[in-house]
Design a protein around this ligand. Sequence first.
Ligand SMILES: *[C@@H]1O[C@H](CO)[C@@H](O)[C@H](O)[C@H]1NC(C)=O
Ligand SMILES: *[C@@H]1O[C@H](CO)[C@@H](O)[C@H](O)[C@H]1NC(C)=O
Ligand SMILES: *[C@@H]1O[C@H](CO)[C@@H](O)[C@H](O)[C@H]1NC(C)=O
Ligand SMILES: *[C@@H]1O[C@H](CO)[C@@H](O)[C@H](O)[C@H]1NC(C)=O
Ligand SMILES: *[C@@H]1O[C@H](CO)[C@@H](O)[C@H](O)[C@H]1NC(C)=O
Length: 378
Amino acid sequence: MVSPKPSLTMLFLYLSFVFLLPCTARGFGHLPAVNTGSWNVTSIYQLGDSLSDTGNLIIESPNGVASAFSRLPYGESFFKHPTGRCSNGLLMIDFLAKAFGVPNLNPYLNKDAVFTHGVNFAFSGATALPSESLEEKNIVNPVTNSSLSVQLDWMWSHFNSICYNDQDCAEKLKNSLFIVGEIGSNDYYYAFSQGKTMKDANSMVFDVVQAIIEGIRRVIQIGATKIIVPGTFPLGHFPAYITAYQPKNSAIYSKQRLLNDLSLYHNNELKKRLQLLKQDYKNITIIYGDYYNGFTRLLKNAPRFGFNGTSDLRRACCGVGGELSFYPTRMCGARGVPVCANPDGYVVWDGFNLTQKAYRILARWLFRSTVSRLFKSS
Ligand SMILES: *[C@@H]1O[C@H](CO)[C@@H](O)[C@H](O)[C@H]1NC(C)=O
Ligand SMILES: *[C@@H]1O[C@H](CO)[C@@H](O)[C@H](O)[C@H]1NC(C)=O
Ligand SMILES: *[C@@H]1O[C@H](CO)[C@@H](O)[C@H](O)[C@H]1NC(C)=O
Ligand SMILES: *[C@@H]1O[C@H](CO)[C@@H](O)[C@H](O)[C@H]1NC(C)=O
Ligand SMILES: *[C@@H]1O[C@H](CO)[C@@H](O)[C@H](O)[C@H]1NC(C)=O
């Protein structure tokens, strides 16, 4: 679980991410220069789910439900071995860390890891709501109980162990960036896969967003001053969600539209609550990370980015079954499940999670759309 030794490939990836990638598509031009004179990011703290997990789940349960991503082809395109990242290679957080000049974040559960440049608390399969709250809604998280509140407890004890007092923590965290999410999509996924309706899912939005807002308050109490809070992707483009959501009228088109509406509802609630939160914390920079529109632009410009694996961009690179290459009981990583020859031609990696190529493009978008605002106020 140690981050790989700097290699030529890595150097190239970093350079190409920051400077060289041909940005043919509109809206993805050059990255703004980071003004390191007025403010530096020296560490990053990440909370979230499999979009950002760099190894926690497979350390906690190497032989559990998630053992599939402790096997190849997970990791095949970059590390050449599985790291616990739910993709063929690097995740958005890896690209973001590089862009800020910070080494890859180690997973919190790796007790041998060095945490001088931040910690990754994100956990694949994690929900925003604690398992007990989900159970009150008759929903079980079959993957992990390490929800956002558990990750926050870890964060709390991490800083308790490295800070002498609040002032010391504030000093240590002066140049830190906190990323709270993406988290919450799994809450809806488990609801659908356990027979809940769209009405049920919509009725969860308030509580899910509330859990995220409480999480941000705790992160601020710890000493965070710069926080990015991503919303969800348009879930109607993910094979796993399209498959799990089983309404009576099950035309794919109508399912996609309703799932995307759920994402929009969640994101709008989140944005509204962030506005209110900012009034309570005038000197804290809180920025919404617009994953929804980042993903929509990626799809719109897919051919120009070189996504050419299939005419159906929803189709997974790794998986079997039906028109989306996704079947919940035979997922990527299971014996005999095929993987495409050119992952860089695909947006979706395994039905839930995206390819390294898609994450690189999305990270660039996130960096571009947030970095100037992060640095503005200092
Ligand atoms: C930012 O980092 C650079 C290089 O390490 C350093 O020279 C500069 O003083 C730092 N700026 C602040 C505000 O800490
Ligand atoms: C990524 O995939 C894993 C299973 O492959 C799943 O547990 C997780 O929820 C997925 N993440 C997202 C954000 O959908
Ligand atoms: C979550 O916690 C409950 C209660 O302690 C336990 O029964 C369950 O097995 C745990 N689930 C996972 C996925 O670890
Ligand atoms: C933000 O403002 C609060 C109250 O006005 C103050 O206690 C806190 O120290 C400030 N934090 C920073 C980072 O300036
Ligand atoms: C598809 O895209 C990938 C990555 O951009 C590229 O390596 C590959 O050559 C392309 N294949 C075709 C048939 O255009």
